[in-house]
Design a protein around this ligand. Structure first.
Ligand SMILES: *Cc1c(COP(=O)(O)O)cnc(C)c1O
Length: 520
């Protein structure tokens, strides 16, 4: 009786509350899915531009011309499905095709199609994974994916670990520093970041800038984040680290955290984790590894030696959304210390984590510094199931094979056109293209005037390639080296050795043309 009254109330609401265009709007997902499947299939097309370069006014005017302005100000009329699809069409057309085989700009690239499908499922179920009661399946999957990652790390991680999927690597690194800070100074949670020991953290000068942001956020302060000069490969030097730790101790400070890196953002350098673990043990410091970029080697028997000693560290950050091509964002934080997340971050909010409800012990929400959280684990879980361990390893190995092919071509070049700016450690290849007029170029042995000229070349090539919609590749200057290209091979299953050869020919042609035009 009560039940039927309730459902008739629901029916009445459904009738009176539904806006007129409701049925048209619910047809949109099907139209969108169909369009996006075509978009994904067309990503292989090398004749499509990677980018249709436009400034902000040009983008706005494309939308105006199509009759659907960017602005949401003023009185907005309800738009038809056709208009919504037209806006989507423009978005697809003028967004950078990060799934294009020639998108080498960042540490992420083409999204794995299985993870795209999983991501669609995540948003269709619209699940917040803070509690088991609303996210039973995702919660179990998160534990399983973390257990798999732990098994690849090995050591104590296989037995006990704790972890979370968090919104990006910078946040993963924040978790590492935050747990370390709480361990070194537990009272800071109540007392605040004043009047306690002067905590000091260490990292290399090649580490990700999130360590700096996180030192500010956690109240450590940027003055207490010591950047240790890196070695010739861009690695944290253990000797210099220990000297800095001893000096901080002599000054009465409390060294508490070392932020090591496996696969640095620019150079791809892998710090020596075992040597650093020894130092951390001697001086009672928490060792975190930022393997956001380079952590994918854990999937490969051939390359996991780069992270030897990972099982010794206290916590690890890994972004499958980079080399593995899991859709953005997918970032894992894992620590070998059981229950440390909840004991540090838990507030036992009475309205979410009721102690007397079913399955309370499976809630992940009180481990986080957020409240709600996306279900990013499913994208990696489904991708892993689809590829298997061998497929995951093959994708990593292919990125390395392509990078090695390019580095070898540069090493063996006899024309003076190419020069490595650094020996590659990961799948970042850092190189100079040297226009004919600037040869020979001797890298760091060159005069300042020669380096100043080389400094102009990468931006010239980059700009022209963007104008043409050709490959996107990043460049920068590091440690006195003038601007060099950093091409990154991430999630590059569809990139072939021929693609690399063709790309190098185009870089050379554009480089000579653009530099000649600059001189003219
Ligand atoms: C990309 C990257 C990060 C940051 O990851 P986000 O997900 O972009 O926040 C941190 N560390 C390294 C080494 C990275 O390459």
């Amino acid at each position: 009786m009560i039940f039927s009254r309730a459902s008739s109330v629901a029916r009445r609401h459904a009738v009176t509350m539904a806006p007129r265009s409701f049925s048209a709007r619910s047809a949109l997902p099907a139209a969108m899915a169909d369009r996006l499947c075509k978009y994904i299939d067309a990503l292989d097309d090398r004749s499509e531009p990677v980018v249709r370069l436009m400034n902000a006014d040009e983008v706005r005017s494309k939308f105006n011309e199509a009759g659907i302005s960017m602005s949401l100000l003023g009185n907005q009329a309800a738009q038809s499905q056709d208009a919504l699809m037209e806006a989507t069409e423009l978005l697809l057309r003028y967004s950078v095709r990060t799934g294009h085989p020639f998108f080498f700009n960042q540490l992420y690239a083409r999204a794995d199609p299985v993870s795209i499908a999983a991501d669609w499922c995540s948003v269709a179920t619209n699940t917040n994974c803070h509690t088991y009661e609303v996210a039973p399946v995702y919660t179990i999957m998160e534990r399983e994916v973390l257990a798999k990652i732990a098994s690849l790390i090995g050591g104590d991680y296989t037995g006990t670990h704790d972890g979370l999927f968090v919104p990006g690597g910078s946040l993963s690194n924040l978790y590492g520093m935050h747990l370390a800070r709480n361990r070194a100074d537990p009272e800071i949670l109540t007392r605040g970041a004043v009047g306690g020991p002067q905590l000091v953290a260490f990292t290399s000068d090649q580490s990700h800038y999130s360590y700096l942001k996180n030192a500010r956020l956690t109240g450590i302060g940027s003055n207490n984040l010591i950047a240790i000069e890196s070695d010739e490969f861009g690695r944290l030097s253990p000797e210099k680290l220990e000297a800095a730790v001893l000096q901080a101790k002599a000054e009465g400070k409390r060294p508490f955290f070392v932020g090591s890196t496996s696969g640095s953002t620019v150079l791809g350098a892998y710090d020596q984790l075992t040597e650093i673990a020894d130092i951390c043990k001697r001086h009672d410091m928490w060792q975190h590894v930022d393997s956001c970029w380079g952590g994918s080697v854990l999937c490969s028997e051939k390359y996991k030696h780069n992270m030897a000693g990972a099982h010794l560290v206290d916590s690890i950050a890994w972004n499958p959304h980079k080399m593995m091509g899991t859709t953005l964002q997918c970032s894992a934080f894992i620590t070998r210390h059981a229950n440390v997340l909840e004991s540090t971050n838990g507030t036992q909010a009475a309205y979410l984590f009721q102690p007397d409800k079913l399955n309370r012990e499976l809630d992940s929400g009180d481990k986080t510094i957020q409240c709600g959280r996306k279900t990013d684990m499913f994208k990696l879980w489904l991708q892993w199931k689809a590829k298997g361990d061998a497929g995951m390893a093959a994708s990593v190995d292919h990125c390395f094979a392509i990078a090695e092919h390019m580095a070898n071509k540069i090493r063996t070049d006899t024309t003076g056109a190419w020069k490595l700016a650094y020996e590659p450690s990961c799948t970042n290849v850092c190189f100079w293209y040297v226009p004919e007029k600037l040869r020979p170029f001797n890298g760091m042995a060159a005069t300042q005037a020669e380096r100043d000229e080389i400094n102009k070349v990468a931006p010239l090539i980059k700009n022209e390639m963007q104008r043409q919609g050709d490959a996107m590749i990043g460049f920068q200057a590091v440690n006195g080296r003038p601007n060099f290209f950093r091409i990154v091979f991430a999630s590059c299953d569809i990139v072939s050795l021929d693609d690399v050869d063709g790309l190098m020919e185009r870089i050379a042609r554009i480089g000579d043309e653009q530099y000649a035009a600059l001189l003219a």
